[in-house]
Design a protein around this ligand. Sequence first.
Ligand SMILES: [Zn+2]
Length: 48
Amino acid sequence: MNIYDTKQIKCYRCGKFIGEVDCDVEIICPKCGPCADPFPSDEIITKS
Ligand SMILES: [Zn+2]
């Protein structure tokens, strides 16, 4: 087994790098901290 067999995870909304996981791990719609917030302040600003 290759211990470096990992893939990089980026936020699916803003593209921010989140971290690395094993390649056999499936992550659906990964989100960074701010994007995981149901009411992000920056989203409110862009709507105005
Ligand atoms: Zn994000």
